[in-house]
Design a protein around this ligand. Structure first.
Ligand code: FAD
Length: 309
């Protein structure tokens, strides 16, 4: 976080990328007194953010901070330091500062009360404009010219712009039609910038069926599209890292997706890239101890679910 001293800048800070990361950077910079201009390749900002609103816009989680930070896996230490500066409650307070009330869902996740992204984005943009943030849309950043000027492809042709400080907030490489296509990697790699390869996260998986990928015809016909609520998954990877969590997920035509799967997705992804597949155990009755199981026979309680790349 910046302190609130005004920056003495002859040129604006260029924030390239108007997703939530870029908008938040713009808000903090403007609050610190910097002149800010947000550039985006698309005709309007926050397109992926708006799509996230279709699923209710999960803003953060109400679980204890240590449990929340653990979700970041190998990055937990670094991200934990940032979250001490701006954590779960700060996100909620920030939404409230925009006039957006929030609630804690049954899963512990926190959402805007109306479960929409558009009102939040509208209020956010008003706050940014009032703070003097300027916007240049349909400006696709293409790197720097020999004089160190930013180069943009625009509907009026190639344009250059000066910036004393540049914040790159260009997103990942999924849902390219919403703006983030990962092509910025090709601009930075030749400059010697150290880049971690982009990998899918928060993703669904295909299930390894008896005849290759996918569920059996029977399962697909009866269960594809159905939620599995209040179940638990347990997964131990080849390195012995264990993941146990209760929650819910959805069976898709070919596999599984949803919040419980997303929480485990980085571990499952890494296991699949190491070993070609991953298998987790699924408990359909996690709230019942074995002692409480009725005398009449039930379907086997633990099920193995194999996933493939
Ligand atoms: C279906 C779906 C549901 C989701 N649900 C949730 C949810 O409930 N909660 C949650 O927290 N997250 C959710 N997400 C994830 C969330 O949308 C992303 O994590 C978030 O948008 C990332 O923000 P960002 O600012 O880093 O990148 P982005 O939102 O991708 O923004 C990057 C911006 O950079 C611009 N850009 C890229 N390259 C250039 C260039 N060369 N020049 C100029 N501009 C460029 C793009 O146009 C884009 O506007 C969901 C995502 C999807 C797809």
């Amino acid at each position: 976080m910046m302190d609130s001293q005004a920056l003495d800048l002859p040129e604006p800070v260029a924030v390239i990328g108007g997703g939530p990361a870029g908008l938040m950077a713009a808000q903090v910079l403007a609050a610190g007194g910097a002149p800010v201009r947000v550039y985006d390749a698309m005709a309007s900002v926050g397109r992926k953010f708006l799509l996230a609103g279709r699923g209710g816009l999960n803003l953060t989680h109400s679980e204890p901070a240590a449990q929340f930070v653990a979700r970041y896996g190998p990055q937990a230490e670094a991200i934990g330091r940032w979250l001490r500066e701006f954590g779960q409650q700060d996100v909620t307070r920030w939404a409230q500062s925009l006039g957006i009330e929030t609630f804690v869902g049954s899963s512990g996740r926190i959402f805007p009360r109306d479960m929409k992204a558009a009102p939040l984005l509208r209020a956010w943009l008003q706050v940014l404009r009032r703070a003097g943030v300027q916007f240049s849309m349909r400006h696709r950043w293409q790197g720097w010219d020999a004089d160190g000027q930013l180069i943009f492809d625009t509907p009026a042709g190639s344009q250059s712009a000066g910036a004393r400080v540049v914040v790159l907030a260009l997103g990942g490489a999924s849902w390219a039609r919403l703006g983030s296509d990962g092509r910025w990697m090709d601009l930075l790699a030749p400059l010697g910038v150290c880049l971690a390869p982009l990998q899918p996260a928060n993703c669904g998986f295909d299930v390894a069926g008896a005849q290759g990928k996918g569920w059996s015809d029977y399962f697909r016909k009866h269960h594809a599209g159905q939620p599995f609520k209040s179940v638990a998954i347990s997964f131990t990877d080849a390195k012995g890292q264990r993941f146990d969590r209760k929650g819910e997920f959805v069976a898709t035509e070919t596999g599984v997706e949803g919040s419980l799967i997303y929480a485990a997705s980085a571990l499952l992804r890494d296991e699949i890239s190491r070993c070609g597949s991953a298998t987790f155990a699924l408990d359909l009755l996690p709230d019942r101890s074995l002692d409480l199981t009725p005398q009449k026979p039930l379907a086997p309680r633990w099920h193995q679910v194999g996933l493939v790349a």
